[in-house]
Write a protein that binds this ligand. Sequence first.
Ligand code: UD1
Length: 417
Amino acid sequence: MGQYIIEGGNRLNGQVRVQGAKNSALPILAAAVAVGKPCLIHNCPDLSDIDATIKILRSLGCRVVKNGDMVSVDSTGLTSNVISECLMREMRSSIIFMGALISRTGEAEITAPGGCDIGLRPFDLHLSAMKKLGVNVSEKRGKIRCTCKRVRGGRITLSFPSVGATENIILASVRAAGTTVIINAAREPEIADLAYFLNSCGARISGAGESVITVEGVDALHSSQYAIMPDRIAACTYMAAAAITGSSIIADGVVLSHLAPVAGCFEQMGCRIESSGNKLRLTAPERLKSPETVRTMPYPGFPTDCQAIIMSTVSVAQGTTIVCENIFENRFKHVAELNRMGTDIKVHDKIAVINGVKSLQGTAVNATDLRAGAALVLAGLCAEGTTYVRDIHYIDRGYDSFAENLTALGAVIKRKD
Ligand code: UD1
C-alpha cells in the first residue's frame, strides 16, 4: 500500500486550484443513467471513487470516456439494472445508482454499499422513501431488488436530512408520474448541484438547497453539458494546510458561501480570510488560537467531512478545543494516530477534547479513512522531522493531485507506491 513521506516545518505560499467536488461529481455521474441521453461533465476530479463510479456505469452498459477533467457518459444503450456486490462495496455513493436505475428502467438490483468505515451508515431512509414512491422493495440474501411500473410522485418527510437519501429521492422521482415533495431535505450545496444538472437536462426541480424540494416528474430528459461545482472540503483542507503551517495561500475556484461554517472557525483561530470573486486568501497568525466548540451538523452547519481536518489544525493551537461529532458514531479514528505524533486529544463518546501542544513529531501513522488521512498529512506538514502516512488509497478516494498541489505550495511531500 502506498504512503506519503512528508518533511515537516516548511511554510507554504502561492496559489492552489481547488478541484471539482467529489460529492457532486459522484451523484451527477450516476444521474446520467436516469437522463438516458449523452451527457458531458466538466471539472470532474481525478479520484479513485470516480474510477469506481465509471466501472459501475460501464457494467450497466453505458459508454464512458474520461479525458482530463471531462467525463462523457452515454447511457442510451443501457443493458443492465443490476450492480454486483463487489462494485457496490467500493464506495458509499454506489447507493445513488438505486434511484437513477429505478427512474430509468423501473428496476434496480443492488446490495449494501461500501465506503469509509466511519459509523453504521444505514440506508433505511433511502429504502422507505422508495416505497413511498410506489417502488416494491424486497431483500433476499443481501440483494435488494426494487421494481415498479412507473414511479409515483409522493410526499416524503425525512426524519433526518440525509444527503444520500435526498439524492436518491430526487433521482427516483425526476421522471415520475406526478409531483414529489421532500420535506426536511438535506440542504448541502451538492444537492443543489445535482438538481441544477438535472434541470439542465430538462428536469423540473425547485427548492434544492432548501429544506423543501419539489420535483415535478417529466416524461423524458435530454442531453446536457455541465460543470461540477468546486469541492468545499478540499478547499477547507488547503486552508487548513496554510493555517497549521503559519502560512498565507490563495485557494482559487471556491464558493465562499459554501465555506461559511469553516471560514468562521479559521477566523476564530486568528486567521485572516480575504476573498475576491472565486479566490480566497487565508493568512495564518504565528500561533493559532483554539476556536469555540466545533459541532458537526447538517449543512449549513459545520461539515462532518471537515472534522478530522480541523482537529488536526487545532491540535497545535493555543488553548483547548472541544469537538462534538453529531453525524457519525465512529469518526474519531484519526485521534489515536494524531496522538502518536504528539497531540493531546481525549475522546469520550462523541466528544473530543483537544489540548493544544506547541509542536508535533513526525512518525509512521496510518490513514484510517479519507478525511482522517488528509488530517494526518496536515499534521505531517507542521511536524518536526519525517512523517510517513500509510494506506493513502483512502486519500486517493477524495483528493486529486494532493501531493502535487501541496508541493507546488512549498511543502515537502513525496508519494511512494
Ligand atoms: C454524509 C454527510 C455529507 C458528506 C458525506 C460523505 C451529513 C448530514 N451528511 O452524507 O455531508 O458529504 O457523508 O462523507 O453530514 N442515516 C440513517 N439512515 C439512512 C441514511 C442516513 O440513519 O438511511 C443517518 C446516518 O447514520 C448518519 C446521518 O444519517 O448519522 C447522515 O447520513 P447521510 O447524510 O445520509 O450520509 P451521507 O449521504 O453519507
